[in-house]
Design a protein around this ligand. Structure first.
Ligand code: COA
Length: 192
């Protein structure tokens, strides 16, 4: 069947993750670790509950969110995004047998709509240079604005890997138009 034919037959449902989804998210992220990088399970937990685990942080609030894509009740992928001063896509992943059917696009749309409601119009993400998904970011209108070396989640301040990571950004102004704003730092995507 053609790609267009398949697209017309699917109806993807996007929803926020719950604790029941934790196992699925963690196992898909581990399976696709080379593409999405490694994050400990507590990061997903915090994004779902909205609370950071440690008592020693300056704020217990976690501004990350996770959305899931579902097809006929089966989960097919997720996106983890942060909504601090800027929007940041930390991880996006559609399982291998469900790709190229607009689910990645729908997940990204949810991130952008949520950010817009909170007055966030500037987004970034990192994507290792060797991944096919660079073509996804370009197709979605994200613009490559720089490069860095890979980093470890254990020390996000140090670029300790030789893997090249492309930095993408996407900016819209309050009228919904693509605009020019300053390049922002980002920490995830294709890291160890
Ligand atoms: C990247 C990813 C999330 C894209 O999700 P998807 O559901 O397969 O992508 P979509 O169907 O929504 O694609 C949206 C657009 O991107 C394009 N695109 C997506 N993946 C592509 C690829 N591998 N090669 C070329 N184009 C691609 C599509 O053709 C489509 O463009 P169009 O609207 O002009 O036809 C998915 O491929 C994935 O999970 N990859 C493995 C994990 C990964 O690499 N994550 C990103 C790390 S930075």
């Amino acid at each position: 069947m053609s790609k267009l034919g398949k697209k017309n037959m699917i109806e993807t449902h996007i929803r926020l993750a719950t604790m029941d989804d934790l196992k699925y998210i963690d196992s898909l992220a581990q399976k696709e670790g080379k593409s999405v990088g490694f994050l400990p399970k507590i990061v997903y937990e915090a994004a779902i509950t909205g609370l950071k685990p440690s008592k020693h942080r300056w704020s217990p609030i976690c501004n990350d969110k996770i959305w899931l894509a579902e097809e006929n009740g089966d989960t097919v992928g997720f996106v983890l995004a942060g909504f601090g001063k800027f929007g940041k896509v930390h991880q996006i992943c559609i399982q291998e047998d469900a790709r190229l059917l607009e689910r990645g696009r729908l997940l990204l749309d949810s991130v952008i709509s949520h950010a817009e409601m909170r007055g966030r119009y500037d987004f970034s993400c990192g994507c290792a240079d060797d991944l096919e998904s660079n073509r996804f970011w370009s197709a979605m209108g994200w613009v490559k604005v720089g490069e860095r070396r890979g980093i470890s989640y254990k020390n996000v301040w140090k670029e300790s890997s030789d893997r090249k990571v492309n930095i993408y950004r996407y900016a819209i102004n309050e009228l919904g138009l693509l605009g020019q704003t300053k390049i922002v730092e980002e920490v995830c995507g294709g890291d160890e």
